[in-house]
Design a binder for this molecule. Structure first.
Ligand SMILES: [Zn+2]
Ligand SMILES: [Zn+2]
Ligand SMILES: [Zn+2]
Length: 90
């Protein structure tokens, strides 16, 4: 998996944002558990991944029409575009 077709969202992304602490804000509000955390590269919000029971990032992407997320897990350095199903490591 060396050669990857990058979508325009990923090729134009210059800086990867991971902030807001190490929690899913929505899960915290509802006192729920999550599996992994992802950060939206459009607005910078950190929410839980698709493997989490609530899948808050998926909901956020659908509602907001944002596209690109990064893994917020320590040691993971990759981006995913929901619009184009495009993956990139950085
Ligand atoms: Zn894209
Ligand atoms: Zn969540
Ligand atoms: Zn967003």
């Amino acid at each position: 998996m060396k050669v990857q077709e990058l979508c325009p969202h990923l090729t134009t992304l210059t800086e990867v944002t991971i902030e807001n602490g190490y929690v899913c804000e929505e899960c915290m509000k509802q006192n729920r558990q999550w599996v992994h955390l992802r950060t939206c590269q459009t607005c910078g919000i950190t929410l839980c991944c698709d493997d989490s029971p609530q899948a808050h990032m998926s909901l956020h992407i659908k509602k907001s029409h944002h596209a690109v997320i990064a893994s917020a897990e320590p040691g993971e350095r990759w981006l995913w575009c929901y619009t184009d199903n495009s993956f990139s490591e950085y």
